[in-house]
Design a protein around this ligand. Structure first.
Ligand SMILES: Cc1ncc(COP(=O)(O)O)c(C=O)c1O
Length: 439
């Protein structure tokens, strides 16, 4: 370990700073499926970084694209100016997206994508002359980043409680995790489609549909512990939104770019939302970038409503469509296509599922849930010490087994790069199994 490193000044995000700085875990290089730690160990990446390096680390094509762009032009302003790569990146993204979601608003993160999408939804209704539609509906245990919009529609108490009341007029659907009925489901859980009906029967009945602008959900809730939607649930949500003229936003920051074995969760479920928010895998995380994919009819409404020669949407970021991010996105989307990584993820998902469910019956394993190349393993908590059991598995995996996993509460969440091989899958679940036996 690098003992000379001064760790005082970096206030680490979503981290137990004091604990970490007392006993740090540092990564210094990466390649393919592996990180190298500062003590020279190879660490198998079971989490694609943070659900984002879907093509594996340091892909030569992406590295070359970013390097060459950095040499050619560092930055160009995106307000009333442009540069070709932002348009090329938008075209590449639109051509991968579900039909009609062919207008792209760029930003720098998933959080910004979510806040941008919520603003588009509110402004859209106003532009149509239906400005009463100001309510936003999220879901309990939803994660939509850390902006004020995102935490308002989000449903993770710890991310909300310190920050005041959030946006007004927000309500939440129930989350769909039902371990009593659906424990150890392979793929989509069979029970719970009726939970979608509460959108109509409870929330729209209470607020009146004419006040609701948009519903936002993750097709598969990731950060709160991999919650897979019950069969038919997203279809039902779509039907209800259609019935009442409410926009449906899928937050695909995790489920996008092959995680479920298709370009987007929307493709996997055959449910097309009005907007998709994405980030992470968009650039393989080589450069930060987020985007909102918007139905053309929504974009057209903005263009038609704003007077000639005025800005149609008063929103944007200094780094929207940044040249380095655009170059990374173009290269990344090409890599996904050329190497058929989404198809590969789909092909590997059966083996991944079997390996995940082989943990059933091991000590403390309360549930295993999976879809595509994502899986959640929920553990029984140590009485009075929530999160401690999973975190100790995380530490043991990293320190003793050379495997990086992620935990949230007492749930282990796995989301490896899509280039994972069967031998890596064996290593990953083997390490977790051994750690559980050694608890
Ligand atoms: C579904 C979802 N939305 C939004 C975000 C926020 O993305 P970022 O951390 O890039 O702001 C995340 C991050 O994990 C996410 O999973």
């Amino acid at each position: 370990m690098n003992t000379a490193l001064n760790m005082e000044h970096f206030w680490m995000p979503f981290t137990t700073n004091r604990q970490f700085k007392a006993k740090p875990r540092l990564l210094v290089s990466a390649n393919g499926m592996h990180y190298t730690s500062d003590d020279g160990r190879q660490i198998l990446d079971g989490t694609a970084g943070l659900w984002c390096c879907n093509a594996g680390h340091n892909h030569p094509k992406i590295v070359a694209a970013v390097t060459s762009q950095a040499q050619q032009m560092d930055y160009a302003p995106p307000f009333q100016m442009g540069h070709p790569k932002a348009f090329e990146a938008a075209t590449a993204l639109a051509s991968m997206a579900p039909k009609d979601l062919n207008r792209v608003f760029f930003c720098n993160s998933g959080s910004e994508a979510v806040d941008s999408a919520l603003k588009i939804a509110l402004a859209y209704h106003r532009m149509r002359g239906d400005g009463m539609r100001q309510r936003l509906i999220g879901r309990e245990r939803g994660y939509h980043g850390v902006g004020f919009g995102g935490i308002s529609v989000g449903g993770i108490a710890g991310n909300r409680k310190h920050y005041g009341p959030g946006l007004p007029g927000v309500d939440h659907l129930r989350h769909t995790l039902d371990i009593n009925r659906n424990a150890f489901s392979r793929g989509l859980p069979p029970h719970g489609v009726e939970m979608a009906d509460e959108l109509e029967q409870r929330l729209l009945a209470l607020h009146d549909p004419s006040t609701v602008a948009a519903v936002i959900v993750e097709p598969v809730a990731g950060s709160a512990g991999v919650i897979i939607p019950p069969k038919g649930y997203l279809q039902r949500i779509r039907e209800i939104c259609d019935k009442y003229g409410i926009l449906l936003i899928f937050d695909e920051v995790i489920s996008g770019f092959g995680r479920l074995g298709s370009a987007f969760g929307a493709d996997y479920f055959g449910v097309i939302p009005d907007m998709i928010t994405c980030a992470k895998g968009l650039t393989n995380a080589a450069v930060p970038m987020g985007a909102v994919l918007v139905k053309q009819s929504i974009y057209d409404t903005f263009m038609a409503a704003a007077p000639e020669n005025t800005i149609e949407f008063f929103h944007g970021y200094t780094y929207s469509g940044h040249p380095l991010a655009s170059a990374a996105a173009i290269a990344t989307l090409e890599v996904y296509r050329e190497e058929q990584l989404f198809e590969r993820a789909a092909a590997m998902s059966g083996y991944f599922e079997d390996a995940a469910h082989s943990l059933k019956g091991l000590p403390f394993v309360k549930d295993v849930r999976n879809l595509g190349l994502v899986c959640g393993i929920e553990l029984d908590s140590i009485p009075g010490k929530p999160t401690a059991r999973a975190f100790s598995v995380f530490l043991k995996c990293f320190e003793e087994k050379g495997v990086l996993i992620r935990t949230t509460g007492d749930i282990i969440a796995l989301s490896p790069p899509l280039i994972i091989e069967k031998s890596h899958i064996d290593q990953l679940f083997g390490a977790i199994g051994d750690c559980l036996k050694e608890q």
